[in-house]
Design a protein around this ligand. Structure first.
Ligand code: HEC
Ligand code: HEC
Length: 440
């Protein structure tokens, strides 16, 4: 059981942001279907890069190939989700070992740190938290031979130099940023633009039916309401997927970014087991030990980061298959909920855990829900898809903070991040802790 979100962060970042900003953002953060004009130039640049299929080798794969908006910024191919759940890289025949998690709401994950009180690691990016933030994260796929497969940072920079949006790059970062910066520096600017887009209102829309419900603007159906009650009480889902607003009114993220081993069975369709020995020396015996491998700590074997449940049900049509858990072994929300509910009661119906160490048997596995109750929980999860409300910022609404709209320099991006964190994680705004306004 993890304690509520509101105690998790030592919010030093907050100290640099002002309460006035909070007021601005709380009103505008929830938005969906924004046009390019609603993004800052930096965010627009990041969006162009995120969707650019020329930035792989060979060309043809963008970030969005594995993180598409219509499915909540995860894998957009129904057939792949059904069969392998793991996406092929730009080079044919090469596969990673995991399902793409949502790139939305990932910007809220803090840097990975050990929480001694709760005895759990919290935060980081990737299923195993191996990098600290979205800027570092964004550099990974470009150079990963199993993903976009570029030979070097210089390669990526060179492609951006010839991109249609090179003018926007110059506008945002200055006319000589691409040509006169060192490779690593220019690569960093590219990653920062992507991270800004990933932290934008377009990607983090907070526009689900559940958000509308929290705002008193929508009613849940009877099944959805029963599902919510089960989710928060009998099924205990909220121990790891918190569902309530923060004390400051910030919307829930449905993850506390902690780590757990829920006993995920192998995904026999995962092509990684059959990858060449240079990629996977263990072959069919491979076990994905998650955080345990990063920390070289047996007490963390099998643990992966709790994913957000926002957009878990989001799909273009009801026939579209999505894959769930870090290896995509389950193909429907019903299967996931049934697994949580009956893993330990009917183990024969679900594969054995791939990593038997540290399986959580206290909070899940035997929840005692009926089949109808499982369906109710699924009905509730379906209220978490963005796009239910289209609350574009209106004319009268305050501007999104100037810091994120201004052009140039990395400092501005950090400012925008801080602002967003204010909305999301502000826990301590006591008068003694009143921060000064953001530098302009
Ligand atoms: C071939 C598919 C593929 C491509 C292309 C790809 N990703 Fe990913 N992405 C993944 C997978 C798989 C993971 C999880 C990997 C892991 O945990 O080891 C991931 C993880 C992430 C995460 C971490 C989210 C979290 O909650 O931890 C973010 C953010 C992300 N990707 C953004 C991007 C960006 C930005 C790009 C383009 C520069 C990109 N991805 C390109 C498959 C892909
Ligand atoms: C003890 C913490 C914990 C509890 C309690 C918990 N979860 Fe999870 N949940 C996780 C972790 C960790 C993962 C990722 C596991 C993996 O990928 O192997 C996850 C993954 C999921 C996913 C898959 C999301 C995706 O993008 O693949 C769904 C859906 C989900 N949980 C729903 C629920 C529901 C519904 C409940 C209550 C019945 C619940 N969880 C209870 C920790 C928890």
């Amino acid at each position: 059981m993890h304690h509520p979100f509101t105690n998790l962060f030592s919010l030093s970042q907050m100290a640099r942001s002002g309460r006035w900003l909070l007021t601005c953002i709380v009103l505008t953060v929830s938005a969906n279907g924004l046009s390019a004009a609603d993004l800052s130039p930096l965010e627009q640049l990041g969006k162009q890069i995120f969707f650019d299929k020329n930035l792989s080798s060979p060309a043809g794969q963008s970030c969005a190939s594995c993180h598409a908006p219509e499915v909540g910024f995860t894998g957009p191919d129904s057939n792949t989700n059904l069969k392998t759940a793991v996406y092929q890289g730009a080079a044919p025949g090469r596969f990673g070992n995991r399902k793409p998690p949502s790139a939305a709401y990932a910007s809220f994950s803090p840097k990975r740190e050990y929480d001694a009180k709760d005895e759990t690691w919290i935060g980081g990016q990737f299923w195993d938290g191996r990098v600290d933030d979205l800027v570092e994260q964004a550099k990974g796929p470009f150079l990963n031979p199993l993903e976009m497969n570029n030979a070097s940072a210089a390669d990526v920079v060179d492609k951006v130099k010839h991109a249609t949006y090179r003018g926007l790059f110059a506008k945002v970062y200055g006319p000589r940023a691409l040509t006169e910066s060192g490779e690593e520096e220019a690569f960093d600017l590219i990653a920062r633009a992507i991270a800004a887009y990933e932290a934008s209102r377009e990607v983090n829309a907070f526009s689900s039916k559940y958000d509308a419900f929290l705002a008193g603007q929508a009613k849940l159906t009877a099944a959805e309401q029963r599902g919510l009650d089960l989710f928060a009480n009998k099924a205990g889902c909220t121990a790891c997927h918190p569902h309530q607003k923060g004390a400051d009114g910030s919307p829930p993220l449905f993850t506390d970014f902690s780590y757990d081993n829920v006993g995920t069975p192998r995904n026999p369709g995962n092509p990684f087991y059959r990858a060449s020995s240079s990629v996977n020396a263990a072959g069919a015996k491979y076990r994905d030990v998650g955080l345990g491998a990063i920390l070289k700590d047996d007490s963390q074997l099998g643990k992966v980061k709790v994913p957000t449940l926002r957009n878990v049900a989001k799909r273009p049509n009801p026939q579209f298959v999505k894959a769930y858990l870090h290896n995509g072994t389950f193909k429907s929300l019903k299967d996931v909920v049934a697994f949580y509910n009956r893993r330990d009661k009917n183990p024969e119906q679900f594969g054995a855990p791939e990593v038997i160490e540290n399986v959580n048997r206290e909070e899940l596995g035997k929840l005692g829900m009926t089949d109808a109750e499982e369906n109710d929980v699924v009905a509730f999860l379906e209220t978490l898809s963005d796009g239910y409300v289209d609350n574009r910022p209106s004319q009268n609404e305050p501007e999104f903070p100037a810091t994120s709209r201004s052009n140039t320099s990395q400092d501005h991006f950090r400012g925008a991040r801080d602002v967003i964190r204010v909305v999301r994680f502000r826990t301590d705004m006591s008068p003694s802790n009143q921060p000064s306004p953001l530098p302009r």
